[in-house]
Design a protein around this ligand. Sequence first.
Ligand code: 5RP
Length: 225
Amino acid sequence: MKTQAQLKQEVAQAAFDYVRGRVGDKAVLGIGTGSTANCFIDLLAGIKAQIDATVASSEASAERLRSHGIPVLDLNAVDGVDIYIDGADEANAALELVKGGGGALTREKIVAAVAREFVCIADESKLVARLGAFPLPVEVIPMARSHVGRELLKLGADPVYRQGVLTDNGNIIIDAHGLQVLDARTLEERINNITGVVCNGLFARRPADLLLLAGQGGVRTLRAG
Ligand code: 5RP
């Protein structure tokens, strides 16, 4: 029986092979955040001479990339992102995701929005029939904490302030527990419309294009649609 750590390593290797086969010189890679993305970053170190540029979805990933000698650019310094590789907390068959367990959801959503192709990498425990068992992370301007909490209550969530966490953007995270995610796209827009919300961890308006999913039998490829 493979452990979850082994599955993460396996799916990172599959993403590495996929990326190597698709990008030519001058490609800009978007790099996600979390333990699965970290496995991918460590593999990239082996081909750093061939990497023109990366853009990172968090300070932690940027630091890890730089520690390997891999160039990291500001998103505003590149014309586009060819492929974005990142993990997820949950994914459904439509490749809609819940992200932000590591608190990097806003930058992740920005890089995903710019990327021509978004490849999500995960172990099979992340594939769910319906999103929402994982508490939905919501990034919030600090002074709006109570207001946003009350609005999330109205949506049927149990909002929990993530104590002691400040995002790379200087904001707080509220985790919305117990949400019924029947229509992920509508809910994503509704939560984003609460004043004081910077962004929420539903990736439905911009889902992944490809999901690489590692299980006991190997790595499966799921496409949207
Ligand atoms: C960070 C994220 C991560 O992609 C998500 O939490 C999955 O992390 P891991 O690969 O460690 O399971 O959204 O904000």
